[in-house]
Unconditional design. Structure first.
Length: 268
């Protein structure tokens, strides 16, 4: 049976960079698992052995190869539900980096070039080390080695200007006001976000508001409260964005999706 365990970093030195990670292991031939995952602002790095992943518009299929191959995929932007299909045994580790978190370990790339990167290999020893971690049976040892490895790769400081912009957006400050306060144009701000965050400020804000509303839904399911409490203009604006990001009405989404768990999924 497929077993998925999600963990927060145990070392405080990783708190600013990594939201969490999960291990997924399936052991039965012919076993399948499908679910939808919804837009977020994380950079998601998945490594697998013995499987191959094919990513296309709206879905990702993971299929066993029967070989000892290694694959690494980085997903940095999707703005609609993504259907994930596992078609048999899998051995996977997936890390959720905070919006700027990956930049502390690997040089900044022009992430606007693609929404995802196949064969993502940020370091010379990446494949060997990640493969070794996936081969370990003891979970505590896996976690210790994984966190030690990423701590050893911490090289860069995060961009303080971008961190401030993200903080202001999260507080409900408008994009125009942020640009004016910093003395930059909205066009420059757009280029900066695309290059380093793989999305525009508008898309980042929309997804962040949605995710904050999901977190707040544990306390209330009242759509008006969720909308106004998370900087949507009104309930209609909230409904429109939820439909765009989930393909479901807010009522249907909050009834079906696993909003109380670490990962925002809808099993099918």
């Amino acid at each position: 049976m497929m077993q998925l365990d999600f963990y927060r970093p145990t070392d405080p030195a990783l708190f600013d960079y990594i939201e969490g990670y999960y291990f997924l292991r399936g052991t039965e031939k012919g076993e399948e698992l499908s679910y939808y995952t919804f837009p977020n602002n994380f950079f998601i790095l998945s490594v697998l052995t013995g499987s191959q992943v094919a990513v296309a518009d709206g879905y990702a299929d993971c299929t066993p190869t029967g070989l000892s191959n290694f694959q690494s995929n980085l997903t940095c932007n999707y703005t609609a539900p993504l259907r994930i299909n596992y078609q048999g045994p899998v051995n996977e580790l997936t890390i959720y980096f905070k919006p700027l978190g990956l930049h502390a370990f690997a040089p900044v790339a022009n992430y606007h070039q693609r929404a995802s990167f196949d064969n993502f290999m940020p370091f010379a020893d990446f494949e060997e080390t990640m493969g070794n971690i996936l081969a370990i049976a003891d979970r505590s040892e896996q976690i210790e080695l994984l966190e030690q490895y990423w701590l050893s790769k911490k090289t860069f400081e995060l961009d303080e200007l971008l961190l401030q912009m993200l903080n202001w957006l999260d507080q409900g400050k408008s994009i125009s006001a942020i640009a004016a306060d910093l003395g930059i144009s909205r066009q420059y701000m757009n280029r900066l976000f695309l290059r380093q965050l793989a999305k525009t400020p508008s898309d980042f804000r929309k997804i962040q508001r949605f995710r904050n509303a999901v977190a707040a839904s544990a306390a209330t399911k009242n759509l008006t409260e969720l909308a106004l409490g998370n900087f949507f203009y009104d309930q209609s604006h909230f409904i429109r964005d939820v439909k765009e990001l989930t393909s479901l009405s807010p009522k249907a989404f909050f009834e079906k999706a696993t909003t109380k768990q670490e990962n925002l999924w809808l099993y099918i």
